[in-house]
Ligand binder design. Sequence first.
Ligand SMILES: CC(C)(COP(=O)(O)OP(=O)(O)OC[C@H]1O[C@@H](n2cnc3c(N)ncnc32)[C@H](O)[C@@H]1OP(=O)(O)O)[C@@H](O)C(=O)NCCC(=O)NCCS
Length: 299
Amino acid sequence: MAIVCRPARMDDLKRADEIVVASINDFTEGHGFGKMAASRPPNLQAFSLTDDPDGLWVADDEGEIVGFAWSWICDELWFLAQLFVAPDRQSGGIGNQLISKTFAHADKRGASIKALITFAFNNVSQGLYIRHGLFPRFPIYMVSAPRERLAPSSAEPRLRLESLAAMTADFGELACVDLSALGVSRQKHHQYLLGDSTTNGFTIHAGSECVGYVYISDGHIGPLAVRRPDLVGSALAAALSFAARSECPTISAFVPGASEPALRVATEHGMRLTFPMLLMSNRQFGDWVSYLPRNPGFM
Ligand SMILES: CC(C)(COP(=O)(O)OP(=O)(O)OC[C@H]1O[C@@H](n2cnc3c(N)ncnc32)[C@H](O)[C@@H]1OP(=O)(O)O)[C@@H](O)C(=O)NCCC(=O)NCCS
């Protein structure tokens, strides 16, 4: 019987995550980067499924899940958070079938910007996306350093962090920052992050002015957004200074190649490039000097 692409259900998400992890590790090990992914509870997937069920699809082969696609939409922006096919089922047209389903999600909702983050060294995924009208824009580097080796800032951070909590957060302020950095509001994603007990959220302040926000989770910095490009270096320095005071063994971030000040600050702190990825989109959008994504799925 032919493979059927059908809407994902809540009870598919655990198996879908297993396929994603197996597919990532098969691919990254094959390219000499070792295993990059580990299974985690699919909380953001479950949040997205409840928020907008049209964005999650599985490829089902007589009850066996062999592929998974997940997209989310904020205003004009459709973002492909995951597209993965089981390693032993790749190059058989399943990716193409899933991408058609998830593109229908963008069309149905009239989202005019389509974007995703993929591996910078995957010819298959890039070829597939180019054929579907999404083109490479710039690299995004995973950067990291052991906490004890993180070089201290040469100057005191100019900006300070203030803790954000779901109950007291000014979502209007956060939406303004996102509108300046990305051109869309991500209020639902702030609600998700602020409800996640493993993540700490902060607003970033210059004197009395709120100039941005950052989330830090288990030593990983991101998303980080600021209102103006000239603030991003100091904002990352402030976040690194906070993370350096934690007990986490490794400090990491996800820095766009387009953000020269952020890359400079990461490098000055002794962070190494660990993993190159690539932003692809159907057109230019956002100010990627001022925005550091969280990971390839959340953006
Ligand atoms: C990327 C992935 C989802 C694609 O799914 P798939 O089922 O293997 O892909 P399909 O067989 O449907 O199509 C692959 C397309 O890539 C194209 N392609 C393959 N190699 C290519 C190359 N070197 N250059 C350009 N295009 C290429 C093929 O032409 C093919 O399309 P066509 O056969 O219709 O011409 C899957 O291979 C995968 O999970 N890879 C590992 C993880 C990954 O990188 N996922 C993407 C994360 S964003």
